[in-house]
Write a protein that binds this ligand. Structure first.
Ligand code: BDR
Ligand code: CA
Length: 312
């Protein structure tokens, strides 16, 4: 079987880090490149963190590119209260030796899509959609060449996590999200409605630690740090492990279920800025532009993660 070609666009972030580890551990996927974007922390840290994770995975040959330094229109909002000052607080990971690629992430995305066979590359955005939105504006012909976009972002039944209406990734760059959701590219979306069901309970974190490997230990340390904020916020055992849902869907889509519906992005109202307005009940004639997931087999998801990270 030929591996599926993917580009991971990311703002690591501990949950981004676990998503990257899952992808690098999985032979079904070929990671053409990792493109960093400003989000959880500024770009200089997200690109650095992406490289730290590639080295932790033992894959220093992975190409990492730096992209947009801020959202398209609005000022950057970061989330150090969740992820810590470095964005990757928890384990003590060494400074990376592997280089940052010189090419800009947006150029890499455009160039890759223009040379690879149309439909053969899947984009996996795990942060604000700035790089993807910019690429679509810069070279609109890529819209027809992208196989699919599978992204973490938004929320509907669960509401928002950064405002009552908006989830962080979409809130940070709603204008880029608007470009992406209007692009006509097939989208699969992992909103908070799914990720809030994928909690890093004590038992699940312990399973990573029990691997007895560097990757297992570092993952447990990242999750211990990452969950403390959300445990306080939601009063749950563990926090939602958002971003690996994207990669897990590529590997085992049967873990998830959802509906093909219209998703529109709020860019006008300050009160609901970045809200993903999902026509779950089909009450409008707006075109169906996204496969929106709502449920997850959380035990199956964590089993997949432990099994795959155990290979690194
Ligand atoms: C999203 O925001 C970030 O903090 C996480 O990495 C995830 O991508 C969840 O709202
Ligand atoms: Ca993220």
């Amino acid at each position: 079987m030929q591996a599926r070609k993917i580009i991971i666009d990311t703002d690591p972030g501990q949950d981004d880090a676990v998503a990257i580890l899952l992808a690098l551990a999985s032979p079904e996927l070929e990671v053409l490149g990792i493109t960093a974007v400003a989000g959880n922390v500024p770009l200089r840290l997200t690109q650095l963190n992406a490289r730290k994770i590639c080295e932790l995975a033992g894959k220093p040959e992975t190409k990492v590119f730096a992209g947009a330094i801020r959202p398209m229109v609005r000022p950057l909002v970061t989330a150090e209260e969740v992820h810590g000052k470095t964005g990757l607080d928890g384990p003590d990971l060494p400074e990376p030796k592997m280089p940052l690629q010189e090419q800009h992430a947006v150029d890499f995305i455009v160039e890759t899509l223009m040379v690879e066979e149309p439909g053969s590359v899947t984009l996996c955005p795990l942060g604000p959609l700035t790089n993807i939105g910019l690429a679509l504006v810069r070279e609109p012909r890529i819209a027809k060449r992208i196989g699919a976009i599978v992204l973490m972002g938004g929320g509907f039944f669960e509401g928002g996590n950064v405002t009552p209406a908006a989830e962080f990734n979409i809130y940070v760059d709603p204008h880029a999200a608007d470009v992406v959701f209007r692009s006509g590219v097939p989208i699969t979306m992992m909103p908070l409605d799914v990720t809030h069901k994928a909690l890093t309970t004590g038992k699940r974190v312990q399973a990573f630690r029990k691997l007895g490997t560097r990757v297992g230990d570092a993952t447990a340390q990242m999750l211990d740090f990452f969950e403390r904020y959300d445990e306080g916020k939601y009063g749950t055992d563990g926090g939602p492990l958002h971003d690996p849902c994207v990669v897990a869907w590529l590997l085992k889509p049967e873990l998830f279920s959802g509906r093909h519906v219209n998703v529109s992005i709020e860019t006008g109202s300050e009160l609901t800025m970045g809200m993903t307005v999902i026509d779950w009940w089909g009450v409008t004639k707006r075109p169906k532009n996204a496969q929106v997931m709502r449920d997850i087999d959380a035990d199956g998801y964590f089993s997949l993660l432990v099994e795959r990270l155990g290979r690194l």
